[in-house]
Structures are given as C-alpha cells and as structure tokens.
Design a protein around this ligand. Structure first.
Ligand SMILES: Nc1ncnc2c1ncn2[C@@H]1O[C@H](COP(=O)(O)OP(=O)(O)OC[C@H]2O[C@@H]([n+]3cccc(C(=O)O)c3)[C@H](O)[C@@H]2O)[C@@H](O)[C@H]1O
Ligand SMILES: Nc1ncnc2c1ncn2[C@@H]1O[C@H](COP(=O)(O)OP(=O)(O)OP(=O)(O)O)[C@@H](O)[C@H]1O
Ligand SMILES: NC(=O)CC[C@H](N)C(=O)O
Length: 684
C-alpha cells in the first residue's frame, strides 16, 4: 500500500463512514437494489470506507406475511446479487439488510459486501415479538442454527453474529454488524465484538417512530459507544416504509465514544447519506489506556471469527477532515456548556481549598497578587472559599510584590483588586532584597550592567516566593499557589524557590486558555461586588508576561511577552490536550491543529472571544510551536512536574501532578517525538 499524504485524513487514524437512508420501495427488491447501488456509489465518491443501510432494506421492513412469499424472497436474492455485483468497482464495504432463506429457515440478516464479494451474513439475534412487532412469526433467530457457514449463490459464506470484518490496511479498523433490536437488549452481540477488537459497530435498523423514541435511541447509541470505546452507527428505515399502523423517521446516527458526530435529518422524504470521520486511532488509544476494558474482555471472552478484506484507503494528496475540531479543547464554544464547565471548574477549585483549610485548621492564606490572570483567579477562588467556610476575607493576606520589571498598570490592577475584594492588602518592595542577592552572587546587574538573564529573572521569582513562605510562617497561613496547567506543561515557572512552589495550588490543573473564561464567569455571576468584578474584567486585557525583565519605562509595556518564548498558549494548550489526553503522535496533533486553526472564519469561537484576538496559524507556525512544546514537555520540564504541590484535578483533559494523573521520568529525551514530527510533518 502506498504511503498516504500528511493532508489525507486516513493517514492519521481517521476513517470516513456513512449511514444511508434510501426511500424504500415496499416489496420491490429490484427497485431497492437500484437505490442501494446509487447510494453506495455516492459513498464511494465521498471517500467512504463503510456504508450502512437499514434493516431489510432490500424488501422493506413492514411487509408482514409478504415475507413468506416465494416470489418476493427470490426477488430479494436477485437484488442481492445485483448489489454485490455493483460493488465490484466501489471502495466501501456495504452492509444491506435482507430477508434470506438459508438452511431452510428465514433469517433477518445483515449482508456484508465488499468489491463484488459477500464477506459474511449476520443473522439478527433478538427478534422483537411484542406490541407492534411480529418478527417471531416470520423469522428464525440466530440461535436457531449452529452452522458457521451457509450456502448462497453456490458459495459457502461465513454466517453468525460472531463475525468481525477486519481491514488490515487501516490499523484498528474492525467492523461488526447487528440488527436493530440486538442493541435494545442488556447484552448486545456488539458488546462481545467490541471486547474482541471491533471498533466500528453497525446497526441496521427499522425502528418505527413514536413520541420520545429518538431520545431513547440517542441514549442507547451514546452510552453503548462510550462503554465499548467504539463508533456506533445506527441506520433506521424511513420514507417508503408501510404506514398501515406505524410511522418511520429515517433516524441515523453516528456516535464515537459517547459523542454524536453526525445525525440524519429525521422525517425527510427521499434518500439521505450521512457521513462522519471516525477517529479509530483514538478508540484504540482509549482501550489501551483504560486497562479495565481488556480485563472485561478477558472475563467475557467469546470466540469470534475475523474475516479480512482488502480495503484500500483513498490516496488523495489532500483529503481534509469533515468534522469539527475545537480550537480550544479545554474551552467549549457552546455558551451553555461553557457555563456548565465554569461552574464545575470554579467549584472544584473552591472546594479543594476549603477542604484543605478545614482539615488543617489553618485560618489564613498568603498570596502574591501580580495583577495578572492567574493570581486574579486564585484570589477570587480564595475569597469564595473563605466566604463558604465562614472565615473573614481579612484572613486572606494578599501582597503585591513589585520588583525591577513590574509595570504600573499591573500593580494598579493588583491594588484595585485586593481593595475591591476586601482582603488584607499590603505591598513589599522586592527590589532591595533582589539587588542584595544579585550583589551577593556577583551578578553583573549589581554592577550596573543591563544583564537580564535567567538568574536575574529567577532571583525575583525566588525572592517573592521566599517572602510569601516566611509570611506564612509568621501569620500561621498557607501559601496559595497560582501557577496554571499550561505553565506546568511547558516548565514555565521558577523551580522550588520560585512560583513553582506553594502549600496548595488551586490553579495547577486549570489551563491558561480557560482562566480568562473562569474570571469572566465569576464576574458575570455576581458573586463579587460590582467593583471587584470590574477590576477582574480589566485584568483580562493584560498582556501575559512574567514581568521579570524591565520594559520600556515610557510605554508601560512588558519587555517579555511569554508567548514569544513558549508560543501562543492557544496552540500549546491544543498540543497539551491531544498529547496527554489521547497520546496522539505529533503528526496527528499537527494535522488536527492545522484543521482547527488554519481559518479564523471557520468554526465556532468561545463566547465573548474578542474579534481582534481570533488568530489563524499556518502549518509552518503550527509545526514550529509543536516542536517547542515537545521539547519542553518531554525533555526539559518533567522534573518540575515531579515535585508539584497539592491541588485538585479539575478537568477530564487531565492534570499534570504525578499523583493526580501524569507520571513520567524526569530524565527522558524528546527524541522519538521530534523525529516523528520531522519525518511526518511537512515544513509548510
Ligand atoms: N531533569 C532535571 N532534574 C533536576 N534538575 C534539573 C533538571 N533539568 C534542569 N534542572 C535544573 O533546574 C534549573 C532550571 O530550572 P529553573 O531554576 O526553574 O529555571 P528555568 O526553567 O531555566 O527558568 C525559569 C523560567 O520560567 C519563566 N518564569 C518564571 C517565573 C514565572 C513565570 C510565569 O510567567 O509565570 C515564568 C522564566 O522566565 C524562565 O524562563 C537549573 O538549575 C538546572 O540545573
Ligand atoms: N508583582 C507581583 N506582586 C505579587 N506577586 C507576584 C508579582 N509578580 C508575580 N507574582 C506572583 O508570582 C506568580 C507568577 O507570576 P508571573 O507574573 O510571573 O506569572 P503569571 O503566570 O503571568 O501569573 P499572573 O497571571 O498571576 O501574573 C503570580 O501569580 C503571583 O502569585
Ligand atoms: N426492528 C426492530 O428490531 C425494532 C425494535 C426496537 N426495539 C424498536 O422499537 O425500534
């Protein structure tokens, strides 16, 4: 098989799948075959790997005793032959539903067809025979025969609910089919298939619609796909089915690991092909990551049969993803979800601190307030925690600690915030102690030279931390940490005697891209005074800078823009999420990042995201900062994460505490990641 291009979705573990909802011609298999073939061709043209049709789509589902008519059953066989023949030059595997007489019994089957060959026939296991359903009257269930093969069109064809269709050319792509009611029972056949390695589970359905049923179908597919770490495709019959006593809505859904990727328009007249790009690589990763999946497979092992088929992915040099990739994996663009997330994150932070104060009996905290985002968020959380446990806000000892590079505007913000929140506020000038240290160690700055190196920076961060810790001893208080998840990922903090250390850090697993939304949320939910909320919002306009190197005295602009060194936080948070949460290879991260960030006018932005800040990045930029991320994350900063203070895990995206989530050696090399990037990601 030829090597696929970086810009082709199949190169990165994605597989395009489709559900097809043709308009059924009742009891007219020839007409149905034509419609199936037309839609299979369309799926081929749209670079699809597998296309799923509804239950009994070659005959129609609701045809009752017509199912026992010889002429009809013969016509179904002819239609099936025609469909099979027509797939000879098509790429996708096609799954059609057909009533088939096999071994003198009538089965309700899913027929798997690829390139002119029937790969297998899957009989329905559970036949509904209650209320509106009378399938027991016509069909035999899968359990009616023990045969592993059946004879059809002169060939022995694998038969059973235990068939896995394996595409070795696409790592991880293993398919399984079941028929409608099979997923409405406590243990669907696809559960065993997933445990045996199937990643894409297909359901051929004819599910008549009644009020509320679509919600129930969603619940079934969502949870089943999540529990099985699988994609679940459901394709239900629609227009054309008999309305003698029932109605049909053509409900098709494509779920992946609990998330809805695509859904058909229900109640549509006419044919509808619904496609989605499933991340099979992610499903495989999730299974590896959650060891209990494998443990469960060992407990419930059932023999399954694997049938290989030679699926060749489309080799287009450019085949972009047709699914949305959020720019901000930690910040939902949907206002309601963001609101919910902020509620959760903020309350997790507050409850972590409140519990630590309650369990230690310590009634004060010490915090350095810089007028920047992180310390603002930590201070808001502290105020809320003190309010909740009934301690006065005066017990929050907040300090602004200016040194050589502190700008007037951040210092003013710090003071305004401390005053508006009613905490105990004070200022300690750090310049004398820093100057003394620089002199003691023989640093050129002490002799008047403008040398602003790492030592110069860390002397300031260290002096602040030393002061805060001694204040904590003096006042019997905890030092509240402010450093965020993104800084921890990049090692962007001064180790030990520096902002890296505290007694408890409420921000440790909050990414930088989320902090601004938390501050905005806290301000907008009126938990603080108008004045305090106004200052908090003003802080959002502050340039992110450690303020450790003096800037231009006239402009009040920092000399150091953090993002000039470590890269845009929005890209680094994207990289962090996909590398740590899903274990993605650098080339896949780059592919996803380019898709998410290449066009600022495409896709949704989080609410209130300022128009001028809506950035776009090209591949060269994505690649450049991903390289920086990989080097910093895997090679130079783990020792800082190995020794982080306590703090609550906030998001399912992950924490970087070696106890809370991420464990890694402090002496690793980033070589394999950098080499993978260099090998597989074009420069532009
Ligand atoms: N694997 C390893 N195991 C044990 N020790 C290791 C080590 N790798 C380096 N080291 C040692 O660690 C030291 C380097 O680490 P460290 O002292 O932290 O210094 P370093 O990481 O070089 O500098 C701190 C950086 O963080 C930035 N910063 C500081 C403060 C606040 C902010 C902010 O924006 O919030 C940013 C600052 O601008 C600077 O670039 C060296 O002495 C080195 O020998
Ligand atoms: N001038 C200052 N006064 C008081 N504390 C400071 C000052 N500068 C830094 N700190 C403390 O050190 C922490 C790290 O500061 P720094 O400004 O380098 O990084 P930051 O991640 O941008 O944080 P912030 O967004 O809070 O400014 C701050 O959160 C704060 O607790
Ligand atoms: N065709 C079927 O198996 C339909 C049964 C399913 N429980 C439904 O109501 O949709």
């Amino acid at each position: 098989m030829q090597e696929l291009s970086f810009h082709n979705l199949y190169r990165h573990g994605f597989v395009r799948v489709a559900t097809a909802t043709p308009e059924v011609a009742l009891a007219d298999p020839a007409a149905n075959a034509e419609r199936v073939i037309a839609m299979a061709r369309e799926a081929h043209d749209r670079s699809v790997a597998v296309v799923l049709f509804p239950e009994l789509c070659l005959s129609g589902y609701a045809i009752d005793d017509l199912l026992q008519q010889g002429a009809l059953l013969e016509a179904v066989e002819t239609a099936l032959k025609d469909v099979t023949e027509a797939t000879r030059d098509l790429r996708p595997m096609v799954l059609v539903g057909a009533p088939l007489v096999l071994e003198d019994r009538l089965f309700n089957t899913a027929v798997a067809i690829h390139k002119g060959r029937i790969l297998g026939i899957v009989p329905k296991a559970y036949l509904p025979n209650y209320r509106e359903f009378y399938e027991g009257r016509h069909f035999s269930p899968a359990s009616a025969t023990a045969r592993s093969h059946v004879r059809l069109f002169g060939e022995e064809i694998p038969f059973g609910t235990d068939l896995l269709f394996d595409a070795p050319n696409v790592p991880g792509l293993v398919l399984h089919a079941e028929v409608c009611e099979d997923v409405w029972v406590p243990i669907p056949p696809s559960t065993h298939a997933a445990l045996a390695g199937a990643t894409v589970l297909l359901n051929l359905s004819a599910s008549n619609v009644t009020i509320g049923k679509s919600d129930y179908r969603h619940a079934l597919c969502r949870v089943h796909s999540a529990r099985c770490f699988a994609a679940y495709l459901y394709s239900a019959a629609g227009a054309g089915e008999s309305t003698t006593d029932l109605a049909w809505d053509g409900h098709a859904m494509i779920y992946e690991n609990g998330s809805l990727l695509a859904e058909s328009e229900r109640f549509l007249r006419g044919a509808q092909l619904t496609t989605a790009d499933v991340d099979v690589g992610l499903l495989v990763q999730e299974r590896i990551r959650h060891g209990t999946f494998g443990d469960c497979a060992a407990h419930h092992e059932q023999p399954m049969r694997r049938i290989s088929f030679d699926f060749e992915p489309p080799s287009d040099p450019v085949l972009p993803l047709a699914r949305a990739v959020p720019r901000f994996p930690y910040v939902p663009a949907d206002p309601a979800r963001l609101d919910e997330l902020c509620f959760e994150a903020y309350n997790i932070q507050v409850s972590g601190l409140a519990q630590r104060l309650a369990s230690t009996g310590i009634k004060r905290i010490v915090i350095g307030v810089s007028g920047g985002l992180d310390s603002t968020q930590a201070l808001l959380v502290a105020c809320q925690a003190f309010d909740e446990i009934g301690l006065p806000r005066e017990n929050i000892l907040a300090y602004t600690l200016p040194a050589f590079a502190t700008s007037a505007s951040t210092r003013e913000n710090a003071w305004d915030l401390m005053r508006a929140l009613g905490v105990s506020a004070d200022e300690i000038d750090m310049t004398p102690v820093c100057r003394q240290t620089l002199e003691d160690i023989g640093h050129p700055f002490a002799k008047g030279q403008p040398v602003y190196d790492i030592t110069f920076e860390n002397v300031q961060a260290g002096a602040r931390t030393a002061t805060l810790f001694r204040l904590a001893n003096f006042h019997n208080a905890l030092v509240l940490g402010t450093g965020d998840l993104s800084e921890l990922a990049l090692g962007w903090a001064t180790y030990g005697v520096g902002d890296h250390m505290s007694h408890y850090n409420v921000n440790a697993s909050v990414p930088k891209t989320l902090i601004q939304h938390l501050i905005r949320w806290a301000a907008s939910t009126h938990r603080f005074s108008e004045a305090a909320s106004a200052v908090a919002l003003k802080v959002l306009d502050t340039e992110i800078s450690p303020e450790l190197v003096p800037g231009d005295a006239d402009s009040d602009k920092p000399a150091q823009r953090t993002e000039d060194f470590v890269g845009p936080y929005e890209l680094q948070d994207f990289n962090l999420y996909h590398v740590t949460r899903h274990g993605c290879a650098p080339s896949k991260v780059a592919f996803l990042s380019l898709h998410a960030w290449k066009d600022s006018s495409a896709g949704a932005w989080p609410p209130n995201f300022p128009e001028p800040s809506r950035n776009a990045y090209d591949l060269a930029t994505v690649r450049k900062w991903l390289r920086v991320f990989l080097h910093r994350f895997f090679q130079t900063s783990q020792f800082k994460r190995s020794a982080v203070p306590n703090g609550p895990k906030v998001g399912s995206g992950g924490s970087l505490s070696p106890r809370g989530d991420w464990r890694a050696p402090s002496d690793a090399s980033a070589k394999v990641w950098l080499e993978e990037l260099d090998r597989n990601v074009p420069e532009s």
